[in-house]
Design a protein around this ligand. Structure first.
Ligand SMILES: [Zn+2]
Length: 392
């Protein structure tokens, strides 16, 4: 690792942008069609890609300990800047030694920029060219995010991968998407300018809604800025699956091959396979833990709602053939009992199974790419895997 550069306000603007590339490297090990298997090195460990990141919104993957995440062989987890800025505050996290130490997770962490959450607060936020003013969902207090503020919060939090502050527009409104994309581009430059920590990789975000020309323009502009990785934002927010796939195909043709691509907030089993088929390396999604808290298991035969009476006397595991701790030790009858009795262990055991299922799927995808049989794997998976997205 190279020594830290001195931060001198007079010379700072003359050195190359501190996008973080020096402590990170990405190499492609194999590819088949557009699918890629790679290795992304970060200061807190290696990510074998494709990789799926469970989400720990409030610096905790809900109902799961870091030791359990380690046992699941999770490599990357995501934490949310908006939530941690409001509570407990990024300065407090920094004072406690940064996110890794604060939450007891020594592996790689990614933080989002806070933009997505802020733009979701559609009634209580106001956007201008400089940033966004919004009300806290906790106590209604007034706050302001700018690109500079988002980066300084993410530097306090200390994740390995941090994200540029972007504007996420409703996917189908063309004029709004054009404006939001232009703002996202201006803000991307300001994020690069603001960044100081060489041990964090700053990823740029491609926007442009469902409009191929905007996506193409955005991917070309964002990749011209020298980021060590690129994210595709503003998808899986209300557009159709075929629109999402079309946008991924446009962006895939423009983004540089030698840097990782991250599809933000997407992670059902079908989305993982479809994303990898279109050149994506990194995914995150709340799906496995959110479903677990709603008593649902992701299995190869679709979603199981564990409240269902049909499981009351069922001695089988959630998914026969699943190697997770939950399936190795507990019956559907026991899990249904926990769910009906509102026992906390239900959320833990279902989360373990659901996270394992997605991590296992990306491991199988990676192996299939390395063994040059991903095309068959994907075709078979998409033909036979029961749809687990009916309620979304
Ligand atoms: Zn299982």
């Amino acid at each position: 690792m190279p020594p830290d550069e001195p931060i001198n306000p007079k010379t700072r603007r003359r050195r190359p942008p501190a996008t973080g590339g020096e402590n990170f490297s990405f190499t492609l090990s194999a590819r088949q069609g557009r699918a890629r298997a790679g290795l992304f090195k970060t200061p807190h460990g290696d990510l074998l890609t494709p990789v799926f990141a469970p989400v720990g919104t409030q610096a905790t993957v809900k109902a799961i300990t870091p030791a359990q995440l380690q046992a699941l062989d999770a490599s990357l987890i995501l934490a949310n800047t908006y939530h941690l800025y409001l509570r407990p505050g990024d300065e407090l996290v920094a004072e406690m030694g940064g996110l890794h130490q604060f939450m007891g997770w020594s592996g790689p962490i990614l933080t989002d920029s806070g933009g997505f959450q802020v733009f979701s607060l559609s009634d209580t936020r106001k956007v201008d060219e400089d940033g966004v003013t919004f009300k806290s969902h906790i106590d209604g207090s007034l706050h302001r995010f700018t690109p500079e503020k988002s980066i300084s919060i993410q530097e306090n939090l200390g994740a390995d991968i941090i994200m540029a502050f972007d504007e996420c527009a409703p996917p189908c409104e063309r004029e709004y998407n054009q404006r939001a994309m232009e703002r996202t581009h201006t803000w991307a430059r300001r994020c690069i300018e603001q960044k100081t920590r060489p041990d964090q990789a700053l990823f740029g975000i491609v926007q442009g809604g469902v409009f191929p020309d905007l996506r193409e323009q955005s991917a070309a502009f964002i990749s011209s800025l020298g980021f060590p990785g690129h994210a595709i934002g503003g998808l899986s927010v209300g557009e159709t699956k075929s629109e999402m796939h079309a946008m991924l195909e446009v962006v895939d043709r423009v983004l540089p091959e030698d840097k990782p691509r991250y599809l933000m907030g997407v992670g059902s089993p079908e989305d993982l396979v479809n994303g990898v088929l279109r050149g994506i390396d990194i995914f995150d999604c709340v799906l496995p833990t959110r479903l677990a808290r709603h008593n649902a298991a992701i299995t190869r035969s679709g979603r199981l709602n564990m409240m269902n009476l049909v499981f009351a006397h069922d001695p089988l595991p959630l998914d026969e053939g699943c190697a997770c701790y939950t399936c190795q030790h507990f019956s559907r009858a026991y899990l249904r009992h926990l769910v009906v009795a509102h026992e906390m262990l239900a959320a833990t055991l279902l989360s373990i199974h659901n996270i394992h299922t997605l991590l296992q799927l990306v491991r199988q995808i990676r192996l299939a790419i390395l063994e040059n049989r991903f095309d068959r794997f994907a075709a078979e998976f998409l033909a036979h895997h029961a749809n687990t997205e009916e309620s979304e």
